[in-house]
Design a protein around this ligand. Structure first.
Ligand SMILES: Nc1ncnc2c1ncn2[C@@H]1O[C@H](COP(=O)(O)OP(=O)(O)OP(=O)(O)O)[C@@H](O)[C@H]1O
Ligand SMILES: [Mg+2]
Length: 236
């Protein structure tokens, strides 16, 4: 397993956000955690990245215990987060925003090749390279945030609600790129999403989260077929 999370518990004072959630991702998988507002999705990603204190539970990445490591050390180990409402640096150009993904990397990367690859994945970022990032549309800024996270060629990409605020056509576009990166480059991706339909459409497996508890896990296809689950989570 690339990532193993066991019995994760996260609380903010008396507020219990995550109450014993376990899941795992194999290398090359695309998995989603779907759940409504406040279900605990962002908290789980924060726990994995070391940005939110974990009350209890283990986080193993590449077989290595992560719990005591700081966020930057976890990033160095090969995980990257595309945060909720991913902020780009508005006054920096698109290209400069991408460059920020290079800072702090310990291993040498071929920046020119890496950027060429990202520009092929997200052509708009090549076209608008010299423009301030603030002039990109919301969907384009999301693409920039994903591209920036990919600069370091992580082994695991954590994506927090990338569909938020995008119109359906753009949601499909952004998800298609994620699916493509997974398919063609074997990148392991954990998506957390309220948009169950769009995320299940590209996922191999899924976990359904309800107020900090996992209530279903299985293949994305089964979730899409099961009438009860459909009624509860897909609004049918
Ligand atoms: N810093 C915090 N302090 C106190 N409570 C918090 C904090 N962050 C989150 N919570 C609470 O923890 C619970 C889970 O929040 P979380 O942000 O993980 O949910 P989510 O599934 O990401 O929701 P959304 O879909 O709205 O982003 C919520 O009840 C929330 O109010
Ligand atoms: Mg959230």
């Amino acid at each position: 397993m690339l990532l193993e999370v066991s019995d994760l518990r996260i609380a903010y004072g008396d507020i219990r956000a995550v109450s014993g959630v376990s899941f795992a991702l194999e290398k090359g998988e695309l998995v989603s955690i779907i759940g409504a507002n406040g279900a605990g999705k962002t908290s789980i990603l924060g726990g994995i990245m070391g940005m939110v204190p974990v009350r209890q539970g283990g986080i193993r990445f590449k077989g290595r215990e992560m719990n005591r490591l700081a966020s930057f050390e976890r990033a160095r180990a090969g995980m990257r987060l595309v945060p909720e409402r991913a902020r780009v640096f508005p006054r920096l150009s698109v290209q400069e925003n991408l460059m920020t993904g290079v800072y702090g990397l310990r291993r040498k990367i071929d920046v020119a090749r890496r950027f060429a690859w990202l520009h092929d994945l997200f052509p708009i970022l090549r076209e608008r390279g010299g423009q301030p990032a603030s002039t990109l549309s919301g969907g384009e800024q999301q693409q920039l945030a994903i591209a920036r996270a990919l600069v370091s060629s992580p082994d695991l990409l954590l994506v927090d609600e990338v569909s938020m605020g995008l119109m359906p056509k753009l949601v499909d576009q952004v998800f298609e790129v994620l699916a493509q990166i997974n398919r063609e480059h074997g990148l392991t991706i954990l998506l957390v999403e309220q948009n169950a339909m769009a995320s299940l459409a590209i996922s191999h497996r899924a976990y359904v989260l309800e107020t900090g508890v996992c209530v279903f896990e299985g293949r994305a296809g089964d979730l899409l077929k099961d009438p009860k689950l459909k009624a509860a989570y897909l609004g049918e």
